[in-house]
Design a protein around this ligand. Sequence first.
Ligand SMILES: C[S@@+](CC[C@H](N)C(=O)[O-])C[C@H]1O[C@@H](n2cnc3c(N)ncnc32)[C@H](O)[C@@H]1O
Length: 311
Amino acid sequence: MIQLVLTLFILFFCLLTLCIIWRNNSRKYISSGTVASAYDAWTQDKLLERLWGEHIHLGFYATGKQNIDFREAKVQFAHKLVNWSGLDKLPKGSRILDVGCGIGGSSRILAKYYGFNVTGITISPAQVKRARELTPSGLNCNFLVMDALDLKFEDGSFDAVWSVEAGAHMNDKNKFADEMLRTLRPGGYLAIADWNSRDLRAYPPTFFEKLVLKQLLEQWVHPNFISINEFSNILRVNKNSAGRVISENWNFYTNPSWYDSIIEGIRRPFVILSLGPLAIVKSIREIPTILLMNWSFKKGLMEFGVYKCRG
Ligand SMILES: C[S@@+](CC[C@H](N)C(=O)[O-])C[C@H]1O[C@@H](n2cnc3c(N)ncnc32)[C@H](O)[C@@H]1O
């Protein structure tokens, strides 16, 4: 009898998994609307936030090893990017635009530790709602629903423009760069971190790599990836950039994040369990993509690019 109940339970669980995978399998990029729906869903089911905290980006591990807490590594990442890009040279009260701000993790760090006046924009209404809930009153952070490819700000409105892991969702990387540099004042600071592929024209992917890239694109609403050099060139030739673009590959510092993002589920199992059986299925669903990301970044098929330049 117990065996029968157990078998039925496992069968039900497998069926449920298949149904959810089938139902959610359409996380393929169609338009910025599909990106908005995906992030609305990820925000509303609370899984991402409870598991990985308020930052939806990789962590910075100075030694390239998993020696600090994942959430702490994410905070470190934000401070490292501030220092590396020179934003820390800006005075308190400087106006900062956070493009693709998620639920405001970076925006709050920029406001709280550096005294900046931050505007965060995201395509996801649910993220704006959550970002506002998480932001203490008195902190200079303002969140708006807006498309990064059509920013509703005057030219030169900001002293710095910051964007972390949003560009891979943009189908038009030229327009993405155009809009950020247009809204940056002359002499202002641009700081970007993003997921890139290696140069696929110079080093075409093998058959297996093509399959992997397809999965990475279709599972997490990415229209395309370009290389660090390609995006650096886009920034360099833009009429609003001062021309000198510095980029680096931070794979070494960020790679431990992939395993850590899975281990978080083991460290904090109650986070998942408390959200119900659907949350368990949803988190299992992300594991193959996370493992493929880990493989791709380790093998150099994907590259973690950081960029800085002046307006
Ligand atoms: C991986 S999350 C990074 C969030 C945030 N920067 C962080 O580090 O926590 C990607 C973000 O880009 C935003 N995004 C994607 N496409 C966008 C677009 N066309 N316009 C505005 N935001 C966009 C998503 O809504 C999401 O907030």
